[in-house]
Write a protein that binds this ligand. Structure first.
Ligand code: PSU
Ligand code: MN
Length: 307
């Protein structure tokens, strides 16, 4: 057992009894949403997973331990003390662990830690990707690299519309990452349920997704699978209106010289203000929707395992 890993009681029990687990990230708690919505969302995500028959494993680094499954006081800490919690991607892990610091894990770090714990399914909001202007800035999220090498299926609502979506899809293709659309052929764009871009394949049931996962890893094809799940119709925001707002937020980020890991949290918070909280509501709902699908996929994957 990895000496830097720590499992919660609930996750320990689940691993012992071979129950389906769903990983959750923590950057979305500390750096993706304001308090108290972040805490309520984190708790509700766990509840949705339990209610639908799997066990939630929220992942973060606390006092240098890579925690798989968090206690309520740890969630409260991540939600409230965001200034003391470092946004942690793959490259940050050794520093945060060695210095015994606290880290909220992004998609890349969460995938990596989930894979150490043998968790195969992970629910999030949107993955990081190729940023607008990347040909100049080189800003490409390491989430995409992680997807190419770590064996975890990630359920998301597509890539955030703050990103360059065509380039993000091209990058995923280069890296051999399979992109599936749940009940859709169009790539969902986070706040909006679709975009003009197409995913590789449409899949219509959790069982089909689980079969593809088993097949990929049985074949020895390393890496993750991206399952894109559109935001439910009733919460989907208007594409044209969002484009304007996102453009304004990106302009403001440039004017303020926001760079590197600060960009995504800055844009999310700007967009929330510009939409008077509408984007936050959409963000919360799409995460819930992803938790539900991830749970069904985890159940299908584990039941297939036993055959
Ligand atoms: N999706 C959200 N909210 C978030 C993020 C994604 O709805 O806060 C976070 C994820 O943790 C993702 C990270 O891995 O943003 C990407 O950051 P960057 O663009 O700096 O790689
Ligand atoms: Mn970046």
């Amino acid at each position: 057992m990895n000496k830097y890993l720590k499992f919660s009681k609930e996750v320990t029990e689940a691993l012992k009894n071979n129950l389906p687990l769903v990983a959750l990230e923590s950057t979305i708690i500390s750096h993706g949403m304001p308090y108290p919505e972040n805490l309520n969302t984190a708790l509700m995500c766990e509840e949705i997973i339990r209610k639908n028959g799997a066990v939630p494993a929220t992942i973060a680094i606390i006092d240098g331990m890579m925690c798989v499954g968090l206690e309520k006081d740890e969630l409260i800490y991540l939600a409230k003390e965001k200034d003391q919690v470092i946004k942690t991607s793959r490259r940050d892990i050794p520093y945060i662990v060695a210095a015994k610091l606290n880290g909220a894990t992004t998609v890349s770090a969460t995938m990596y830690i989930a894979s150490l714990a043998k968790i195969k399914v992970f629910a999030t909001g949107g993955i990081g990707g190729v940023h607008m202007g990347a040909s100049e800035t080189f800003d490409i999220s390491c989430d995409l690299e992680e997807l190419s090498k770590t064996n975890v299926a990630v359920v998301c609502a597509g890539a955030k519309a703050i990103l360059d979506l065509p380039k993000t899809l091209e990058y995923l293709e280069t890296k051999g990452v399979l992109v599936l659309g749940y009940k859709t052929k169009k790539l969902p764009a986070f706040y909006t349920k679709s975009s003009s871009l197409e995913v590789d394949y449409q899949v219509d049931s959790p069982k089909d997704i689980a079969n593809i996962m088993h097949t990929k890893w049985d074949l020895g094809l390393e890496g993750g699978i991206l399952i894109t799940n559109p935001i439910p119709d009733e919460y989907s925001l208007d594409e044209k209106k969002m484009k304007k707002i996102i453009d304004n937020a990106i302009t403001k980020a440039k004017e303020n010289n926001i760079k590197g890991k600060e960009i995504t949290p800055f844009l999310l918070s700007e967009i929330k203000d510009l939409t008077k909280g509408e984007s936050l509501k959409a963000n919360i709902e799409l995460v819930y929707n992803n938790c539900k699908l991830a749970t069904l996929v985890a159940k299908a994957y584990y039941s297939n395992d036993e055959i």
